[in-house]
Design a protein around this ligand. Structure first.
Ligand code: G3P
Ligand code: CA
Length: 287
């Protein structure tokens, strides 16, 4: 990895695929995550929510309205309800509109996509995503974000830790093994719950704004990694050095524009979370 040479003594910047390679495939689908692995992503980011019957599924919004042909809150639907929905076609519609500017599409212009392709259209469970990563022919990490667990106080984290334990990820780290997963949240309480049940799993504290409490680079107790939005770094580039001085890695989201990638590289961040893992790797000179 040539970029390692540009960061003497430090590993290359990790490239994390945000909701999979979500510029190219519908977010949070198996197809988006397979593409991210093919594109060389070091890690996959996913948001998790709990269904009414206790399954963790990879869905960003509280409701399924934006990313599927259904309606309603994930927490009010059962896995079977979600399995009956189409989580992919909205993306094709967006892409068609972008490609054609609204003009009628002819059959020979259709993208290489079939409505029956379940990997592009089915809801994805966290369990299936953990299997995908376990079956990969190289180490691929998972950065799992717990969305604000209001309705299910504590149950999201409980279920998450159970699942991670089943995959062997909650064992204590050794010299030769570290867990290939980390848990991210805007909620310090959520990170605290995970840490209490599985102390070996690294936590990432996500920040949309830099509050006075965190301006000096410190994080909530026990949290190891800072997760600022890229806008924070545009306004406060000095934050990266402060967080590093306080002993924290810095994982930045969601970095899609080339200027922002260059800024992150120059500031020495540790991970870039992006919808475009292939493009970012190319820009960083990573093979
Ligand atoms: O990776 C963190 C980032 O995903 C947080 O924002 O809204 O995309 O989940 P959001
Ligand atoms: Ca997220």
């Amino acid at each position: 990895r040539p970029a390692e040479e540009a960061r003497p003594g430090r590993p290359a910047i990790a490239v994390v695929a945000h909701r999979g390679a979500s510029d190219d495939a519908p977010e949070h689908t198996l197809a988006a995550y397979r593409k991210a692995i093919e594109d060389g992503a070091d890690a996959l980011e996913c948001d998790v929510r709990l269904t009414a019957d206790g399954h963790l599924v990879c869905v960003h919004d509280r409701r399924v309205n934006r990313t599927s042909n259904g309606r309603g809150a994930v927490s009010a639907l059962e896995l079977a309800d979600l399995a009956a929905l189409d989580f992919g076609s909205w993306k094709e519609a967006v892409e068609d509109a972008r490609r054609t500017g609204g003009r009628e599409v002819h059959a020979d212009e259709e993208p290489d996509w079939q409505p029956g392709n379940a990997e592009r259209t089915s809801v994805l469970t966290l369990e299936r995503l953990l299997e995908l990563v376990a079956d990969a022919d190289r180490r691929v990490e998972l950065a799992i974000e717990t969305k604000h667990p209001t309705r299910w106080a504590g149950q999201v984290e409980e279920r998450l830790v159970e699942l991670l334990a089943r995959f062997g990820h909650t064992k204590p780290a050794t010299r030769d093994w570290t867990p290939p997963v980390r848990v991210m949240s805007f909620s310090a309480r959520s990170l605290h719950r995970v840490r209490a049940a599985a102390p070996g799993i690294p936590g990432v504290y996500l920040m949309q704004f830099l509050t006075p409490r965190h301006r000096d680079g410190r994080l909530p107790p026990g949290v190891g990694i800072a997760g600022p939005g890229v806008r924070i770094l545009r306004a406060h580039p000095e934050y990266v050095a402060k967080a590093h001085r306080a002993g924290h890695q810095v994982h930045v989201w969601t970095v899609n524009e080339t200027d922002d990638v260059a800024m992150c590289r120059d500031l020495g961040v540790d991970a870039i979370i992006t919808n475009r893992p292939k493009q970012v790797r190319t820009q960083l000179g990573l093979r």
